[in-house]
Write a protein that binds this ligand. Structure first.
Ligand SMILES: Nc1nc2c(ncn2[C@@H]2O[C@H](COP(=O)(O)OP(=O)(O)OP(=O)(O)O)[C@@H](O)[C@H]2O)c(=O)[nH]1
Ligand SMILES: [Mg+2]
Length: 298
């Protein structure tokens, strides 16, 4: 369309800083899962916001960390590749004192790139001492000259209009890449699996959630009901036992929470069936990662 504009914005940062929360808040719909546990996001996910002639495409990315297994390495590669093809990078940080090693390393790559980077400090609702924020701003700006700096709270939707006004400056005349009513590039089966994984993350403790992966085996419309079959992979038989719980109670709780969120997202009734399967070391097996859509850039 004539006069239409688009901008691709990658949101990068450490695990748990609120990248997915920010994208959901900007898009105005929950398209990417959020949890208290670090390393929630495993793939690159587009969140799309179209306002008349303007289309904003936000890339959610996995958190930057020191990767120990193949899954982790694929996640970090996904971030690196994602930032090469955008018009703007949002570096999201928490109001902490320390710049992490992974962050430092990532920021050092900005020096060799032409892509503009803005610094966004999230979770300012947690900080009462405003001078601390000034310290953090100067700490980051000492290692790289960011185009601008913003203070926000993704959770309380604070400071988001100003941030959007800034992002708006980076729109480029071009056709829209996605249909105007589209909010994400991800398939229904991916979204269903992610919603279920979010409930595993919020309900299970310690190492279990990070050892799980979810695969949607079937998704089929029957009248106005969506039939969804999901397979949950875990690393050990005792994990399987804990996910299922006594008399199947835990799995029932997880599945019910997931079904309610799925109904909300798909705007129809959902009939969800879940199975749990043990697959040891799936995180290091490239063929398993491929089946699960967790190879780099998938
Ligand atoms: N207090 C506060 N908490 C926030 C804010 N934004 C996000 N959070 C919380 O921070 C946690 C992590 O949020 P996510 O959006 O999953 O973070 P992420 O950066 O996508 O994390 P990974 O996908 O693991 O890299 C969740 O518990 C959020 O509710 C904020 O502005 N204030
Ligand atoms: Mg995330």
């Amino acid at each position: 369309m004539e006069n239409s504009k688009t901008v691709f914005v990658a949101v990068v940062g450490k695990p748990n800083v609120g990248k997915s929360s920010l994208i959901n808040a900007l898009v105005g719909k929950k398209i990417t899962i959020v949890s208290k546990k670090p390393q929630t996001t495993r793939n690159r996910i587009f969140g799309v916001l179209t306002k008349n002639l303007e289309q904003y495409v936000f890339l959610d990315t996995p958190g930057l960390f020191h990767a120990k297994d193949k899954l982790g390495q694929n996640m970090v590669k996904t971030v690196k590749d994602s930032v090469n093809s955008v018009d703007l990078i949002v570096m999201l940080v928490e109001p902490n004192d320390k710049i992490s090693k992974a962050e430092n390393h990532f920021i050092s790559n900005f020096q060799h790139s032409q892509i503009p980077v803005i610094l966004v400090i999230n979770k300012i609702d947690l900080i009462s001492n405003k001078s601390k924020l000034m310290d953090i701003i100067s700490k980051y700006n000492n290692i790289y000259e960011f185009k601008s700096t913003f203070l926000i709270s993704a959770l309380f939707k604070d400071g988001l209009e100003d941030l959007m006004q800034e992002i708006r400056k980076y729109l480029i005349y071009s056709d829209h890449f996605f249909p105007n009513d589209m909010v994400t590039d991800r398939s229904e089966s991916f979204i269903a699996a992610e919603i279920l994984r979010e409930k595993l993350l919020t309900n299970m403790r310690e190492e279990i959630p990070h050892g799980t992966a979810v695969l949607t085996e079937k998704i089929r419309e029957k009248g106005n009901i969506l039939d969804i079959d999901c397979l949950i992979y875990c690393l050990r038989p005792n994990h399987k036992g804990m996910i299922i719980g006594k008399n199947g109670k835990m799995l029932k709780k997880i599945a019910t929470e997931a079904r309610l969120d799925m109904e909300n997202f798909f705007k129809c009734r959902v009939n969800l069936k879940c199975w749990v399967k043990v697959k040891d070391d799936w995180k290091n097996k490239e063929n398993h990662l491929k089946i699960l859509g967790l190879n780099a850039n998938s």
